[in-house]
Ligand binder design. Structure first.
Ligand code: ATP
Length: 233
């Protein structure tokens, strides 16, 4: 049932549903096991055909002076995703340059995949700020949201974040519930409880500065890249 397209069981007519493409945006400074693990769980449960990891060029919210250069963040995402066929690193925001706004990325993606269902994967921390996103109403109208809980940030708060007028679009997804195609026309914002790893890029950068080990927090290839490029020192 996970195939977007293909022959029916007996070689009959192709069974088709719109492809499900998700956009997972972030600074990825650096990409870590929390991103990978949660994307894998979300991808399985929502039957996503492809998850695009999109490092922002200049994030509107989180620009820091000590942010690693965009091409390094991009290279680390590529390294971390190697050998994972449903995950892809997308340079769409870095190539566009300037400040990265989700609405622009979303519209570009829509032009590239006119038939697809386009999802946004965000952690609750990011979703709580939804009203500060450029053209946030359009972002919500033009995509489906999968909001993952992170430790310490509750779903109840996330539910209220876009305001009362969006309440009927929100659907909490049970821990074992199977996501169904017909949900997507009625509900547009899915609250998805996830046992997120208690790991953040901030913590990882701190560890690097202090010379502490990164084992299990980033992939071996990413750890090597960070050392070779002397990032976050
Ligand atoms: P920083 O510590 O620098 O703020 P971060 O670890 O939150 O970074 P981002 O690149 O800002 O990483 O996150 C991109 C997206 O991934 C956001 O939607 C965020 O909520 C989500 N995310 C980050 N860490 C985790 C985690 N451990 N589990 C689940 N989702 C996560």
């Amino acid at each position: 049932h996970r195939r977007a397209q293909g022959r029916g069981k007996k070689g009959g007519p192709a069974v088709t549903r719109p492809p499900r493409i998700a956009l997972f945006g972030g600074t990825f400074d650096p990409i870590h096991s929390g991103h990978l693990r949660s994307a894998a769980v979300v991808g399985r449960r929502f039957g996503l055909d492809r998850i695009l990891f999109v490092p922002s060029n200049i994030p509107p919210h989180k620009a820091r002076r000590d942010m690693a250069p965009a091409r390094d963040r991009m290279a680390m995402v590529e390294l971390a995703l190697r050998g994972r066929p449903r995950f892809a690193a997308s340079p769409i925001e870095i190539r566009a340059g300037g400040t990265s706004y989700s609405i622009r990325t979303l519209r570009r993606l829509r032009r590239l995949h006119p038939r697809a269902r386009i999802f946004f994967i965000v952690g609750t921390d990011a979703f709580l700020e939804i009203k500060t996103w450029k053209e946030w109403r359009s972002v919500l109208d033009e995509s489906l949201f999968i909001v993952m809980t992170r430790p310490g940030v509750g779903l109840a708060k996330a539910r209220r974040a876009p305001g009362a007028e969006y309440a009927d679009r929100v659907r909490p997804v049970g821990r074992t519930e199977r996501v169904r195609e017909d949900w997507f026309s009625a509900s547009r914002i899915f609250l998805f409880p996830i046992d997120a790893l208690d790991v953040s890029a901030t913590e990882i950068r701190g560890r690097i500065r202090e010379g502490r080990p990164l084992a299990g927090l980033v992939s071996a290839a990413v750890a090597r890249y960070i050392r070779a490029r002397k990032l976050y020192l």
